[in-house]
Design a protein around this ligand. Structure first.
Ligand SMILES: [Ca+2]
Ligand SMILES: [Ca+2]
Length: 271
């Protein structure tokens, strides 16, 4: 089985801030493709959303779901073999026995771009709600939330459960805390980490090695939800909170997102 490490690309060659061009993909390098970081972040997020069983690889069925969602076409088994062969010939480690892994997925898009088929990648980005700036369109996110003075906002239990899963997935070394690198990776599919500045940067207690415990991680989310629920929801969506409402991802209405899963308005107890 793959772990989330597959997403993290432990070799660190594909997702560096300076760009996605991989030392393992000479065609990209020689082609001079400017595979900018926001596109890498978006494609990585799309990969994670399509990897329904979270095993770090797109199976044939998952690849076909992706294909149908983006292009409304079902691939024949021989065509799937063909896609994987294209990757395998140039980047053997891009395909695993479980399917196409993240590096292979990125490589495929780099090939599209290099061959002048940028519109293919743009079609994918648009189907997943990205705008021209490669940020999620406003209609994918939440509008400002109206609340009365005696209401506060907190995450639903489903969202907290999702975050517990995120924590354990990204705690790669299994020490029960997220170190700076692991935390950076949590937000690697978002435009930026929301916790690099006040009040979040120092809101939660860190251990001696600077790691964030699960309680601290959830406390940061709770704080962000309380202070800025729209930002909180935005980041939940960017880090892949979609499993339960994938069917709404296509064109979710704002009220769908708000009502179904992400946040709940809580009546504060009157003393
Ligand atoms: Ca999978
Ligand atoms: Ca850790």
């Amino acid at each position: 089985m793959f772990s989330i490490q597959t997403y993290s690309d432990p070799r660190g060659v594909l997702l560096r801030p300076e760009g996605c061009a991989s030392s393992n993909s000479p065609t990209i390098r020689s082609g001079g493709t400017n595979f900018k970081t926001p596109m890498c972040q978006a494609l990585k997020r799309i990969f994670i959303l399509c990897d329904h069983d979270r095993d770090g690889a797109l199976s044939d069925a998952e690849l076909n779901d992706f294909q149908v969602k983006c292009f409304n076409v079902l691939l024949q088994p021989s065509e799937i073999v063909g896609v994987k062969r294209v990757v395998q010939e140039k980047l053997p480690e891009g395909v695993h026995e479980n399917g196409l892994i993240l590096t292979g997925f990125l490589f495929l898009h780099a090939l599209f771009i290099e061959k002048g088929r940028l519109e293919t990648t743009w079609t994918v980005l648009r189907k997943f709600g990205y705008n021209n700036d490669i940020r999620l369109d406003d209609d994918q996110l939440l509008p400002p939330i109206k609340r009365t003075p005696d209401q506060s906002v907190e995450l639903t239990s489903e969202a907290v459960e999702f975050l517990r899963g995120v924590f354990s997935l990204f705690d790669i070394d299994g020490d029960g805390a997220l170190n700076a690198h692991e935390l950076e990776d949590v937000f690697s599919t978002a435009p930026e980490s929301p916790w690099t500045e006040a009040p979040y940067a120092s809101a939660a207690e860190k251990n001696a090695l600077g790691g964030l415990s699960l309680d601290g991680f959830l406390a940061e989310w709770a704080l962000m939800t309380l202070l800025d629920p729209v930002l909180s929801v935005e980041n939940l969506i960017y880090i892949g909170y979609a499993d339960s409402f994938l069917k709404f991802i296509h064109q979710p209405s704002r009220s769908d997102i708000q009502l179904i899963l992400l946040i709940s308005l809580v009546e504060q107890r009157r003393l």
